[in-house]
Write a protein that binds this ligand. Structure first.
Ligand SMILES: Cc1ncc(COP(=O)(O)O)c(C=O)c1O
Length: 473
């Protein structure tokens, strides 16, 4: 039987059988002990008085008192004059299991982090987010707190359709947008829909982000790979499949942009094979050259699914992303989204809509763009000055850069090992390939990851790391 009690200090659910009298105190003690062991009752939490708990549970006060006594002897509870009974601190417990917050032997977190995938989250526009949240809470209709359209809030879909058209050249309409929990969820939904097609296969660029391949395989699809060079994906290497997932603006992780001829070839391929192109525009807002490239989607909105996310512009913890879909994909993706989780959280969607329509989102992106451009410049300058053996490749864009060196030089593992001695976290290019090598060694460097005040230190640790491994070679 599930018992719930409330006291001035806490509410608690206990799983505990009241149906027969014998052993009630022991069973109550066991239920409370379990709540303490699994952290639901933390050290210092005030327990209800024996009287109020007995009343609440409909048991004799002596039963509760015996349970409390038993727990006090075991060091789980402590009674003190004037402040009632409280959960004891862990060290007072008999036979306590060691607390395993960290697996033993784990190294402390590295001091510097240049792994890719993260923006500088300290730049998150907290004041603008608070202002937008206040406005949304003041003005939101009651209906906003109810279940809503699986595609997401209309105000956000409207704001996105306008924003994506203005900044990325995407041709869409609010009705064709589905808001998701990050691109990670969006890809899972698309894979579900593709699983029902005649050829449930998806082609990935090689190299690419391994998690996405795993998500698609888990949905039951076969995955194929296509090669990538300095002009982006090599269209001739894309086999027959229902879909291809590409990062045309800034290939992840190699950093190349899909050239204009390849763009045309890719769209022609999709038409010929009756396939769909999924355009992962994960960092399209951060192009540092004069003439940013627009979304591929505009070349054929009936064949290209455009995907965007706030994970690089704001923070990955928000889990807010969007798909701009061809007309015939709206219904199946909406059904998949509804079946997954009804819809994404309404209030944060409304806050983002407010941020976009007020102009605060654009301002924030401009500010981040300036910082990331400067960081990339500093990275290039530091490598050119101190490590002539490595080459920075790829577009001047996004939040990461690829560094490669001659295969006769150190291995990626040797570089990672040297970095650990500098307390620097790095990511090897080798982890992104699906086809076995040999591949030229490299590192995928996330220059947006450290906070601004830690960037110079991280760069110095990087050049020391390279200095160490190339000196030895
Ligand atoms: C290539 C690529 N696309 C998209 C994303 C964004 O995923 P999400 O929106 O689920 O955070 C990431 C995040 O690391 C990524 O590496």
């Amino acid at each position: 039987m599930l018992i719930e009690w409330s006291a001035a200090s806490l509410d608690l659910h206990l799983e505990f059988d009241l149906s027969h009298r014998r052993g009630r105190a022991d069973r109550l003690a066991a239920a409370i002990r379990e709540a303490i062991d699994n952290g639901r009752l933390p050290p210092g939490a005030r327990m209800p008085s024996t009287r109020s708990m007995a009343l609440e549970l409909g048991v004799a006060r002596g039963t509760v008192a015996r349970a409390y006594e038993h727990l006090a002897v075991g060091g789980y509870l402590e009674a003190s004059h004037g402040s009632g009974t409280r959960v004891a601190s862990r060290r007072d417990r008999l036979e306590v299991e060691p607390v395993r917050d960290q697996p033993s032997g784990r190294l402390p977190a590295p001091r510097w982090n240049l792994r890719p995938g993260l923006p500088d989250v300290t730049l998150f526009p907290r004041a603008a987010w608070v202002a937008a949240t206040q406005r949304v809470l003041r003005e939101a209709p009651a209906e906003a707190l109810d279940y809503g359209d699986p595609r997401g809030r209309l105000e956000l879909r409207r704001a996105l359709a306008a924003y994506l058209g203005r900044t990325r050249g995407v041709i869409t309409h609010p009705d064709r947008i589905v808001v998701c929990h990050g691109f990670t969820q969006a890809l899972g939904l698309l894979a579900k829909v593709i699983a029902d097609l005649r050829t449930p296969t998806m082609t990935f660029e090689d190299p690419s982000y391994p998690l996405f391949r795993e998500i698609v395989r888990t949905a039951g699809l076969d995955t194929l790979t296509a090669q990538v060079d300095e002009q982006g994906v090599r269209t001739q290497t894309i086999g027959r499949s229902s879909a291809v997932l590409i990062t045309p603006i800034h290939q992840y992780p190699l950093g190349s942009a899909l050239s204009a001829p390849r763009r045309r070839e890719l769209v022609a391929w999709a038409r010929e094979c009756d396939a769909v192109i999924i355009e992962d525009d994960y960092d399209g807002e951060f192009q540092f050259h004069r003439k940013p490239i627009g979304a591929l989607q505009a070349m054929d909105p009936s064949r290209v699914i455009y995907a965007g996310t706030t994970s690089k512009t704001l923070a990955p913890g928000l889990r807010l992303s969007w798909l701009a879909l061809p007309a015939n994909w709206v219904e199946p993706v909406t059904v998949a989204k509804r079946n997954a989780d009804q819809h994404s959280a309404a209030l944060s969607q409304m806050v983002l809509a407010q941020l976009i329509t007020s102009g605060a989102y654009d301002r924030h992106i401009r500010r981040c763009r300036t910082q990331y451009r400067e960081r990339r410049r500093q990275l290039a300058a530091a490598l050119a000055a101190h490590v002539p053996q490595v080459e920075l490749v790829g577009q001047s864009a996004g939040l990461h850069a690829l560094v490669r060196w001659d295969p006769k030089g150190p291995s990626e593992r040797e570089v990672l090992r040297a970095a650990r001695r500098e307390s620097l976290a790095l990511s090897a290019l080798g982890d992104y390939w699906s086809e076995p090598g040999p591949h030229r060694p490299g590192l995928v460097l996330g220059y947006a990851t450290p906070p601004q005040h830690g960037y110079a230190g991280a760069l110095a640790a990087l050049t020391r790391t390279f200095g160490r491994v190339f000196e030895q070679g």
